[in-house]
Design a protein around this ligand. Structure first.
Ligand code: SF4
Length: 315
């Protein structure tokens, strides 16, 4: 797979672009995830020309359409930021982003929960930063997360799995389009989709099976929409358990009674919360190699992202 490019709020990389000349270096993003992706940094406030250091900005007014205002001098900078943001997102089209990591709680970069002040200077509600709004309107299907939420192991796994899937989808779109190719892509992602949304798996299966009646571009478009919708639904322990049971069903013939018993016990230990997801998956990967099971061998669910990220050690 070619390098994955992620957009990121520049201050998270340790660049001193914050209003006070500081940064918000995140070591997981730079030292761990940074080994597997390349970053495309964006600092809306510095790039928009507010300078470093600068007077802090805040959101004011209607939480659904707030204004971006300097905190002390009350200068309304909404139009300036929105004009810059709509130019910047068009430039970002050329970067082939597979996702974006935003700095939380910022009036420009925060995805949600950013304080919105009333005219008296009292925080009365919360909303999203101005640049994030423009970005998400422009790239509605891209996986996005804020750095604070990425400290939650299950949200982190969810986001990174979506990023890697988005990258595979992008590469797939670069090849010759055909219904047969889409069937293969879908087949390799079935268990991964199942772990997020059994309902989407059913709809996508019907779409792929009945796709011969649709123009190929419309078929791909609808499939992409459903794929990204499914990935936004969190893969919970209960959904993983369902998936693991499903996988165990494939080994009815290939494994001895004792081996099957061992697998089912480990899956139960996962359901009861005694072991993380990596434990049953390691055993399953071992049995997949032994049994030479072609359907399971191709499943991205069993290896959705590099093991070194250790995302399933806590899931
Ligand atoms: S939160 Fe966004 S606007 Fe603020 S310093 Fe970081 S990148 Fe720049």
């Amino acid at each position: 797979m070619a390098a994955i490019t992620l957009g990121i709020s520049t201050c998270l990389l340790g660049e001193r672009v914050r209003w006070n000349g500081g940064h918000k270096l995140d070591r997981f993003l730079t030292d761990t995830l940074g080994q597997f992706v390349q970053y495309c940094p964006v600092c809306p406030e510095a790039e928009c020309g507010f300078g470093v250091p600068r007077e802090p900005l805040r959101l004011v007014g209607d939480p659904h359409a707030p204004q971006l205002v300097t905190a002390r001098t009350r200068l309304d900078s909404t139009g300036r930021m929105l004009r810059w943001a709509s130019r910047r997102v068009r430039e970002l089209e050329g970067e082939e982003l597979s996702g974006f990591i935003f700095k939380g709680a910022s009036p420009s970069c925060g995805m949600k929960g950013v304080k919105v002040y009333n005219e008296q200077g009292v925080p009365k509600a919360s909303g999203a930063g101005l640049f994030v709004r423009v970005f998400m309107d422009h790239f509605p299907l891209l996986p996005v997360e804020d750095e604070g939420r990425l400290h939650d192991p299950s949200l982190r796994e969810n986001f990174i799995e979506s990023v890697f899937t988005m990258k595979r989808w992008r590469e797939f779109l670069g090849r010759k389009r055909s219904r047969g190719a889409l069937v293969q892509f879908h087949s390799a992602h079935k268990l991964l989709i199942l772990s997020h949304s059994p309902g989407h798996l059913r709809r996508m299966g019907r779409l792929v099976a009945q796709g011969s009646a649709m123009p190929i571009n419309a078929l791909y478009q609808e499939y992409q929409q459903l794929l990204m919708e499914a990935l936004r639904l969190k893969a919970t322990p209960a959904k993983h358990y369902n998936c693991l049971q499903h996988i165990a069903g494939y080994f009815k013939k290939q494994l001895s009674l004792a081996e099957r018993q061992e697998l089912l016990e480990v899956i139960d230990h996962y359901r009861e919360g005694h072991v993380p997801l990596i434990v049953p998956l390691t055993l399953i990967n071992h049995f997949v190699r032994l049994a030479d099971e072609p359907y399971l061998q191709q499943q991205y669910y069993l290896h959705p992202h590099p093991l070194e990220l250790r995302l399933r050690n806590h899931a």
